[in-house]
Design a protein around this ligand. Structure first.
Ligand code: ARG
Ligand code: ASP
Length: 731
C-alpha cells in the first residue's frame, strides 16, 4: 500500500503520490522527490534564471499539454489532443484519421489554422497586490471588479511586450498567481498514426486499464527569422527551443520514481460534504442517465450505417467520455464514503470553530449547507437544459440564428446583415456535414422525457400543448434547421424580410422559448447561488488551511485512520491547490493496482496484448497488417525491453486530471519515458478524493511511440532529430 499514514505522536507523514504542485514553490517538495528518486534539483524543473524542464512543456491548443523533443521545435502530444487538427486535414481522398499521416520533409508539414501552443515564461505570486484591502465582507461583485482591475494593471507591461498574461486564483481565491505566456501560432501537423493505433480500443477501452492505445501525434512549432512567434507564413522556420527533452529508452521498473509536468484542468478536493453529495447523488446520476439514452440511439445508428459512424464518431466519443468517467466517479466516491468522511471532518472543523482561532469560520459550514440547498433545484434545471433539452442538436443550431434574426429586424446593430448571414452559412455547412435528422429526431423523442428513479417518465418541456408526435413531425418535417435542402433554400433566397421565415419556423420558435426560459428563470439563480458559494468556499478553504496550520492533528488523524484513507494530504506540510489549468508537477511511482478482490493489475502492457484484443469485425479492435508483421518478426529495434517485449502503456501514482493529456512523463533524471493520456476508471473520483491504492494515471510508453514512428511509419527523419538514450543491451 502506498500513501500510507505513519502516525508518530501528533505528527502524520503522508507518503507522496497525491498532489499537484506549483512549479514556483517546488522547493517544498524537493527533498521528498529526491528521496523517492529524483536526481535533479527543483531549479532544474522550474527556473527563471536558466533554461529548465518547464521550457520544454507547452499548453497544446485549448485544453491539453505537449512537450518539445527536438532542437527544431518538434512537439509530442496525444492523438486525442491532435484529433481536431488531424480531422481538419482529412478528406475522403486523404483520410489521415483512418490511414495516418507522415510528412516526408518540412515542406509537407501541414499548417493548422487556429492551433496555438503556449510556453510558460514565468509565474509570479501576486497575492499581496491582488488582495490588499479586500476582506470577506466586501460584496462579491465589488471584489471581482477590483481583482480584475488590479490584474489588468499588472498585466499591461507584459502584454505590451507581446506576452499573454493570465491571473489565476488559488485555494478558492485566497491566493493569486500571474502566469506569463509566449504564444506560438504557426503549428504544423508532422505525423499521426492511423486511428486503429492512436485510438485503439476506442470508447470501449477509454478510462480502462489494461490499455493498448498508441495515443500520440506529432507537431512542429514554427517561428519567424528571429525565433519569435508569428502567424503562419511559408517562410517561417522551425522553432529553436530554450529546452527540449531527452528521450530515455531504458524503461522503468515497478516502484521507479516518475513525475508529470503539465496542465491539469480542474479538481475540487476541498469542497464540503454538501457539494460532494450533490455530485454523487444528483449531478452525475442525472447526466449519466440522460447520456445513456442518447448514446444508445447514436450507437445503434452508427452500427447500422458507416456514414453515420463517421459523422457521429467524434460526438459519440465526447458524450461517452464524460458519461463513463462520472460512473467511475460515483462508484469511487461511494466506495470511499467521501460524504461520510467529509462529515466527520466537518464535525472536527465545527468543534475547532468554538475556540478562539476558529471563531471567524463558525458560520461558514451552515451557510454553505443552505446555499447548496438553494442551488439544488436550479442545478437540476440546468442539467435538464444541458443534457435533455439541448441533446437534439437542431435546438442550439436554431438558436445560433438568433443574431441573424435580430440584425434583420434591427434590434442588433453590432453586425452587418452580410456578416451575420455569412456566419450562418458557415455554421450551417459545418452542422449538416455531421448531422442525421433521423438520429436527432430519435434523440428528441427519447430525451423529451426524464426517467425517474422508479422508472416512470416525466415530460421535460411542455411546448404549445400539442402531442410530442405532432411536434416532432413539425420540427423534423418542416423546420429549416433539420434539413440541409430547406436550409440551403432559405439561405439562397435570403432577403431582409426573411426574418419572418425564422419567426414562423417551428424549431426556431421552440429554441427561443427554451433558451428564454433557461436564461431568465434558471441561469440568474445559478449565478447568484454560485457567487455565494464561491465566497463561502473561499472562507472555508481559509479555515481548513488555518486548522491545518494550527497543528491540531489529533482529531484529524482519527478521521484519516477511521476511514482508512487520508483526507487530502492532511499529513503533509500544507494543502496543494486545486487544479486550475496552470502548470503543475505531480509525482509518484510506476505501480500496478488491485481493482477488485483477487484481481491484480500489472503496471505495463505490451504489443502481445494488442494481438490478443484484435478483432477484425469490431471497428475499435482492428489491427493493421503492418503492425502484425512487425510483431511476428519481433522487429522492435532498440524499443523493446530487456525481456524482448514491446511495451505499450504503463500506470503510475501521479495525480493527474483532464488537461494533463499529452503531458511528459519523466524519470528521476528528468528524461522522457512516457506521455500521459488517461486515468483508470476505478480512480476517476481523484478529482474530488485521491485514493493512493486505486488512483492511477495511464501513460503511453515512449518506446511504443518511437517504435511506431520509426518501424511502423518509417519516419526515420524524426527519430534522427531527437536525443535518445538507448538501452545498454542494444549495441
Ligand atoms: N479519457 C481520456 C480523457 O479524458 C481520453 C478521451 C479520448 N478518447 C476517447 N475514446 N473518447 O481525455
Ligand atoms: N484523458 C484526460 C485528458 O484528456 C486525462 C485525464 O482525465 O486523466 O486530459
Amino acid at each position: 500500500m502506498t500513501g500510507f499514514m505513519v502516525v508518530t505522536g501528533f505528527q502524520t507523514i503522508l507518503q507522496a503520490d497525491e498532489g499537484m504542485w506549483i512549479p514556483l514553490l517546488l522547493d517544498q517538495n524537493e527533498a521528498e522527490m529526491q528521496r523517492m528518486g529524483l536526481q535533479l534539483d527543483a531549479e532544474d524543473i522550474y527556473s527563471i534564471n536558466h533554461s529548465s524542464l518547464k521550457d520544454a512543456v507547452v499548453i497544446f491548443g485549448g485544453g491539453c499539454t505537449g512537450e518539445v523533443v527536438s532542437n527544431q521545435g518538434l512537439v509530442l502530444t496525444n492523438h486525442h489532443c491532435g484529433y481536431d487538427a488531424i480531422q481538419y486535414h482529412s478528406s475522403v481522398e486523404h483520410d489521415y484519421l483512418t490511414n495516418g499521416f507522415w510528412a516526408g520533409n518540412f515542406e509537407e508539414e501541414l499548417p493548422c489554422p487556429g492551433l496555438e501552443v503556449r510556453f510558460l515564461k514565468e509565474i509570479k505570486d501576486i497575492t499581496g497586490t491582488i488582495l490588499q484591502g479586500l476582506d470577506q465582507s466586501l460584496p462579491e461583485r465589488t471584489r471581482k471588479d477590483s481583482i480584475q482591475a488590479r490584474s489588468k494593471r499588472l498585466s499591461v507591461p507584459y502584454e505590451a511586450e507581446g506576452y499573454e498574461v493570465r491571473v489565476a486564483p488559488f485555494y478558492s481565491g485566497n491566493q493569486y498567481y500571474m502566469f506569463i505566456y509566449e504564444v506560438y501560432q504557426d503549428i504544423r501537423l508532422v505525423g499521426t498514426p492511423p486511428s486503429n493505433i492512436g485510438k485503439f480500443g476506442g470508447d470501449t477501452d477509454n478510462w480502462m486499464w489494461p490499455r493498448h492505445t498508441g495515443d500520440f501525434s506529432v507537431f512542429r512549432i514554427y517561428a519567424d527569422s528571429a525565433n519569435r512567434p508569428a502567424p503562419y507564413d511559408a517562410s517561417n522556420r522551425p522553432y529553436v527551443p530554450k529546452k527540449y527533452l531527452t528521450i530515455d529508452l531504458r524503461g522503468y521498473e515497478e516502484g521507479d520514481f516518475t513525475f508529470v509536468l503539465g496542465y491539469p484542468g480542474s479538481t475540487q478536493e476541498y469542497i464540503s460534504s454538501y457539494a460532494v453529495r450533490l455530485i454523487q447523488d444528483l449531478i452525475d446520476p442525472m447526466r449519466i442517465s440522460a447520456r445513456t439514452e442518447r448514446l444508445e440511439i447514436i450507437k445503434a445508428a452508427m452500427n447500422r450505417d458507416p456514414k453515420t459512424r463517421i459523422q457521429y464518431s467524434a460526438k459519440a466519443a465526447g458524450i461517452a467520455n464524460g458519461w463513463k468517467k462520472w460512473q467511475g466517479e460515483v462508484k469511487g466516491l461511494k466506495r470511499l464514503n467521501v460524504v461520510g468522511s467529509k462529515q466527520d471532518y466537518e464535525t472536527v472543523f465545527q468543534d475547532w470553530c468554538k475556540g478562539i482561532s476558529g471563531k471567524e469560520f463558525a458560520e461558514v459550514l451552515p451557510a454553505l449547507k443552505e446555499a447548496y440547498q438553494k442551488l439544488e433545484p436550479y442545478l437540476s434545471l440546468q442539467i435538464i437544459f444541458q443534457e435533455h433539452v439541448l441533446a437534439p442538436e437542431a435546438v442550439s443550431f436554431a438558436y445560433s440564428f438568433k443574431s441573424l434574426h435580430d440584425v434583420a429586424v434591427g434590434t442588433d446593430t453590432t453586425l452587418s446583415l452580410e456578416t451575420a448571414l455569412e456566419s450562418c452559412r458557415e455554421e450551417a455547412a459545418l452542422f449538416f456535414k455531421d448531422y442525421d435528422p433521423e438520429v436527432d429526431r430519435a434523440i428528441f423523442e427519447r430525451l423529451a422525457f426524464m426517467v425517474n428513479a422508479d422508472g416512470t417518465r416525466n415530460q421535460v418541456i411542455d411546448f404549445e400543448g400539442t402531442t410530442l408526435k405532432k411536434q416532432l413531425d413539425w420540427f423534423y418535417g418542416k423546420s429549416i434547421f433539420t434539413s440541409q435542402e430547406r436550409m440551403e433554400q432559405f439561405l439562397d433566397k435570403f432577403r431582409p424580410s426573411s426574418y419572418k421565415v425564422l419567426e414562423r419556423d417551428p424549431m426556431f420558435k421552440y429554441a427561443n422559448v427554451v433558451y428564454g426560459q433557461y436564461l431568465n428563470q434558471t441561469a440568474p439563480f445559478i449565478r447568484i447561488f454560485n457567487a455565494r458559494i464561491d465566497s463561502l468556499q473561499r472562507l472555508y478553504m481559509k479555515g481548513q488551511m488555518q486548522l491545518k496550520e494550527s497543528g491540531d492533528f489529533a482529531s484529524l488523524e482519527q478521521i484519516g485512520i477511521q476511514n482508512d484513507i487520508p483526507l487530502n494530504n492532511v499529513g503533509s506540510e500544507q494543502f496543494y491547490p486545486d487544479a486550475n489549468f496552470t502548470m503543475r508537477v505531480a509525482y509518484g511511482q510506476v505501480k500496478g493496482f488491485k481493482p477488485a478482490d483477487a484481481v491484480e493489475y500489472a503496471p505495463y502492457t505490451t504489443l502481445a496484448g494488442i494481438m490478443e484484443k484484435e478483432d477484425p469485425d469490431i471497428y475499435d479492435y482492428v489491427v493493421e497488417a503492418k503492425l502484425k508483421d512487425l510483431y511476428a518478426r519481433k522487429d522492435y529495434g532498440p524499443y523493446a525491453n530487456e525481456l524482448g517485449e514491446m511495451p505499450v502503456a504503463f500506470v503510475g501514482t501521479n495525480h493527474t486530471t483532464g488537461g494533463n493529456s499529452g503531458s511528459p512523463v519523466l524519470n528521476g533524471d528528468g528524461n522522457l519515458i512516457g506521455i500521459n493520456f488517461d486515468r483508470n476508471w476505478e480512480g476517476t473520483m481523484s478529482d474530488v478524493r485521491y485514493d493512493p491504492d486505486m488512483c492511477r494515471n495511464i501513460m503511453l510508453d515512449i518506446r511504443y511511440c518511437l517504435f511506431i514512428i520509426d518501424k511502423f511509419a518509417g519516419a526515420q527523419r524524426l527519430i534522427d532529430e531527437m536525443d535518445i538514450i538507448k538501452p545498454d543491451w542494444y549495441e
